[in-house]
Design a protein around this ligand. Structure first.
Ligand SMILES: *[C@@H]1O[C@H](CO)[C@@H](O)[C@H](O)[C@H]1NC(C)=O
Ligand SMILES: *[C@@H]1O[C@H](CO)[C@@H](O)[C@H](O)[C@H]1NC(C)=O
Ligand SMILES: *[C@@H]1O[C@H](CO)[C@@H](O)[C@H](O)[C@H]1NC(C)=O
Ligand SMILES: *[C@@H]1O[C@H](CO)[C@@H](O)[C@H](O)[C@H]1NC(C)=O
Length: 393
């Protein structure tokens, strides 16, 4: 096979030497042909044989080869493709046309091609292959990266391949889907990440050869519990005082401990440093709102002097533990007996610790910081759980 190739090439060289007189009309301008990857390229080579008409009666006396200069491989000889690549063919529909056709162009086809006529003259073409952008997965942040701890810096990365080199835009979205371009570089650093850091990002790569490509990122940010206490009333206002006087004529009082934390972990109430258990007149409920917002509610029925004391709500997760306390004092005058005053301490108080099982993040839920009032209004949306207090643990 090689020998065969060698023979035709050398016979070709001989004809080079032989022919000298009738120079064909030959367009020798250097052309650049641009083709998008996957498409078909047509490299024109036009050899006019007007002189030959007389002598050869339509038989073209000239021989043409196409070669690729980068690796000097010969692609076609006369009217045949000879390099074994089925994508390559010679279009010789008319006597003076010797066009090279390459189907299903790939990036390696880029380079310099030469249509050579056996008189020694040639035409050179540059084949420029355009490649639409494509995200380089190994260098680009994954769509759902592992959780990021608050206080750390996080780098969002986005790299794309393409020809010409794609331009990158990194966009962030706030809770209401307002987009903002935050970078035109491949990487953007989010400093000192916190619960307030935006979670949703998108990277778009474009290079004027469509389609543009995009990659979305959804960050999960872990932060220590932040909590507020509220006494249920018309307003649901946050308690600003650490001391609260309760009129014992009230049928029941409700304390709400609102907690934001990620991951969700433990929340519990204590009274005077003892864990509270549910009994006939004390109930604890936990409601989970959205993903990272919980309300642990404490209901005390028929508040009496026995119930006076310091109530503390504590929330903890791997990033920290936080507590808030309120002192409840009964203001009613007459009927309370002094015998019950020590009952709260002698009672065998046991753990009623609530452990909220971690739920799988719903795919498209956005982790956002909605104001507490908004959460409050959505009370009905999510499930309500009753604390199961495990006695004597
Ligand atoms: C030279 O280029 C042709 C056409 O692209 C290709 O088929 C061939 O493998 C290349 N040869 C070498 C040695 O790179
Ligand atoms: C072919 O060679 C030309 C110049 O010699 C260079 O610009 C081009 O990048 C090369 N193409 C390939 C595919 O090697
Ligand atoms: C975050 O980046 C800033 C600026 O480069 C640096 O000073 C700080 O130490 C980094 N923080 C962490 C947690 O690495
Ligand atoms: C990081 O942000 C927190 C608030 O989210 C702030 O208290 C702290 O000072 C910041 N740290 C740095 C190094 O900027």
């Amino acid at each position: 096979m090689l020998l065969y190739l060698f023979l035709i090439i050398s016979s070709f060289s001989i004809t080079f030497a032989d022919t000298s007189a009738d120079q064909p009309k030959f367009d020798r301008s250097h052309e650049t042909i641009s083709v998008v990857v996957g498409k078909r390229a047509l490299l024109p080579c036009y050899v006019s044989i007007q002189d030959a008409n007389n002598n050869n009666n339509g038989n073209n006396p000239f021989k043409i080869i196409w070669m690729k200069l980068n690796n000097s491989s010969i692609l076609t000889m006369e009217d045949r493709a000879i390099n074994g690549d089925p994508r390559i063919s010679l279009l010789h529909a008319y006597a003076d046309e010797w066009n090279l056709q390459i189907d299903d162009i790939d990036e390696d086809d880029a380079g310099i091609y030469r249509c050579v006529i056996n008189t020694g003259i040639y035409k050179t073409l540059t084949l420029d292959v355009k490649v639409p952008p494509k995200i380089i997965d190994e260098l680009t942040t994954e769509p759902y990266p592992p959780p990021i701890r608050s206080g750390s810096n996080y780098t969002i990365k986005c790299y794309a391949h393409g020809k010409p080199m794609p331009k990158i835009r990194i966009i962030s979205y706030d809770q209401t889907d307002n987009a903002k371009i935050i970078s035109d570089q491949n990487e953007v650093i989010l400093y000192n990440v916190s619960r307030h850091t935006r979670r949703r990002y998108e990277c778009i790569a474009s290079n004027s050869y469509p389609p543009d490509v995009a990659r979305s990122f959804q960050l999960t940010i872990q932060y220590a519990p932040e909590l507020t206490l509220a006494l249920i009333s018309e307003t649901n206002d946050e308690l600003t005082s650490s001391l609260l006087f309760i009129d014992s004529s009230q049928h029941e009082i409700r304390l709400k401990c609102r907690v934001l934390m990620n991951p969700l972990d433990k929340i519990y109430w204590m009274k005077d440093n003892n864990k509270l258990i549910n009994d006939y007149h004390i109930h604890q409920y936990v409601s989970i709102y959205m993903e990272n917002y919980i309300i642990a509610e404490l209901v005390i029925k028929d508040f009496s002097t026995n119930d006076q004391g310091e109530y503390t709500c504590t929330a903890s997760n791997i990033l920290g533990t936080h507590s808030k306390s309120i002192q409840l004092i009964a203001t009613l005058t007459t009927t309370t007996t002094s015998t019950t005053s020590s009952s709260s301490t002698t009672m065998q108080l046991s753990t009623s610790r609530l452990i909220i099982s971690r739920r799988k993040r719903p795919k498209h839920t956005r982790t956002t910081t909605i104001s507490q009032r908004e959460y409050y209004r959505s009370t009905e949306i999510l499930r309500e759980m009753t604390i199961s207090s495990s006695q004597g643990k």
